[in-house]
Ligand binder design. Sequence first.
Ligand code: RIB
Ligand code: CA
Length: 310
Amino acid sequence: MASKSILIDCDPGVDDAIALMLALRSPELTVEAITVVAGNVPLDLTQANARRICELMQRSDLPVYAGCPRPMLRPLITAAHVHGKTGLDGANLPAPEMPLCPQHGVNALIQQVLAAPEPITIATLGPLTNLAIALIQAPRLIDHIAEVVVMGGGLTFGNVTPVAEFNIYVDPHAARVVFEAGLPMTLISLDVTHQVLTTPDRLSALRSLGTPASQVAAAMLAHYGKTDCATWNLLGPPLHDPCVIAYLIAPDLFHGEPGHVAVETDSPLTLGQTVVSSPSQDSPLPPVNVIKSVDADGLYRLLCDRLAIA
Ligand code: RIB
Ligand code: CA
């Protein structure tokens, strides 16, 4: 089967980093470029972290672009308490030597989409600021995008507030622009990623692979998500962003249903909430493939299979 061309927009971030590792060791995908946004940590760190992971994966040839340093309207909030002040605590990777591409990530996103010979797939792993502004700047993009797969939202709970998930909460206005654009979309929310927990056995299996990527992934996971685990009494940190890449590689691991996704942008109490309604011809919102469940064991087998590749 031909490899699927994808663009990844991310805010590395530990789980973003593992998602990049998975994508860069999977022949089913061809990562054409990486655009970076402020999120888990500020943009100067997220863009350097993306380049650190590219170098770790021997992919310093990949173009990495820095996008927006803050949300469209709201002030930036970050998540160093989850990912560490570097954004990749535990990784201990050297400062990157590969250059950051000079073009702004929004312009790069537009250029990459329009230059693609076929409609391209976009994986978003962070706040949706870059994609939203690209869609505003160049509305014709939607004719050149095959699918957008979003890690974000919560169907029944949030991780920043009781109802709002981080990627959406950081930039709810950008999320509305993306969800209302009429793009073919798949949403992978906390309700799914919290089914994918890095239990001690899974962490040991990763660590036993012995490759540079698996060692860095295991070291980061040992630090990452302690806050989440304590908050929800989880058996291990949830692997949010790798779910997006796993979906693109092996969609049969996931089960989704159509729905419409509305984003709260006004209420101070429920800002950033994603409200999913059943499919209806009368909805003013475009349909979204809302993922409901995942084969977590299958996902970890895939992750270990790929991170075992040196
Ligand atoms: O809420 C989890 C999401 O927010 C993940 O993408 C994590 O990396 C952060 O960006
Ligand atoms: Ca992320």
